[in-house]
Design a protein around this ligand. Sequence first.
Ligand code: IFM
Length: 446
Amino acid sequence: MPDRRDLPADFCWGAATAAYQIEGAVAEDGRGPSVWDVFAARPGAVRDGHTGAVACDHYHRYPEDVALMKDLGLDGYRFSISWPRVLPTGAGAVNPAGLAFYDRLVDALLDAGITPLPTLFHWDLPQGLEDNGGWLHRDTAYRFADYATVVVDRLGDRVPAWITLNEPFVHTVFGYALGTHAPGRTLMFEALPAAHHQLLAHGLAASILHDRGLEAMLSNNLTPVEPASPAEPDLAAAQAYDALHNRLFTDPVLLGRYPDLSALGVPDDIFGAVRPGDTNLIHAPGLDGLGLNFYNPTRVAAPTEPGLPFDLVDIPDVPHTAFGWPVVPDALRQLLVNLKELYGKALPPITITENGCSVAESTTPDQPRIDFMAAHLDALAVAISAGVDVRGYYTWSLLDNYEWAEGYHQRFGLVHVDFATQRRTPKASYAWYRDLIAAHRARYEK
Ligand code: IFM
């Protein structure tokens, strides 16, 4: 059975972060407010009232963080660009100081021999656009295209591949349907126009990237969905959830059509959001790589009460992370093999753009994270040997950081951050990952 030591010679070793989770400096050098600044200030919205105002202070400490990445031996670093740092109200005049920060970061990465992999949107929508309806408003997709043009024209000479959006499922469902993330809307299924407009934004940006000879990727958080039992109601519930979580965000991009959402009570035109030609705009540019963020599988049962067409149930008898998420590494292999079977030739090469776990601060020497990463990388090696084209692995995350509604309580980093002093201390998982990368390089004499 192949394992992590057998990953291909040109496999890309990476780590990932996102702007609002690490940068801080939210009111510096002309940055405008994002939906997360506004949401986090709302009493009760985030655990203990934590905000991203300072976060890991990466805006000022990025040289130290790039040095940590270099010491780790990373091939690639995935980060996100803060839209309101570049365009403070989301549209209109560019903020040169904001753009200059990403210029410096990209140059520092290249000097360290690390390939930058930027994400254009990781949930920090400019508040100015939210005031106009945010992703519920079709115009936001076109403003995203304008923003993408500005950023890509500035950095595209040094950055060959780009991720347009991060996890539109999570942003739509937590941000617009349930209200547990910014912008805190509670529209349930009527939130789904926000999904369509994000996918439209992806398609427009992918065209802009391709016009410039650059690669376009999309990072989806996908989950293998298992019915709680073979009984028909559980199977139907699992199918409905799979359509919502996975296929809604992947079918239009890879196949040029939406899945059947009727079990969710969602009409084919997603409450009037889908206009003629839209699915072509999403699909036609093509996708050079699918970014896969993987954390856990999902078990689904028929609903016990009226309301939602499914219930999400726990997976007992497996370890759980500090966040309470079930740990099932083989589900990553299963998901990859399923994707290949489902999409066939329409499936582009895959990169794992996030995978990792939250471990309690008191747990030393960070063994659960090492076990988590080792087992998922082993599962990945098995999927590759079964014929799935996976090009790289970006662990979430380089640093302990701002975990959205959980504030600073969930620690996903290979590097411990003391948020009072900003002192960075590499954990045992950092040393383990560094040794794994070095051994892989030595094996292939890279
Ligand atoms: O921290 C998040 C990240 O922003 C998106 N993917 C999941 C991570 C862990 O919850």
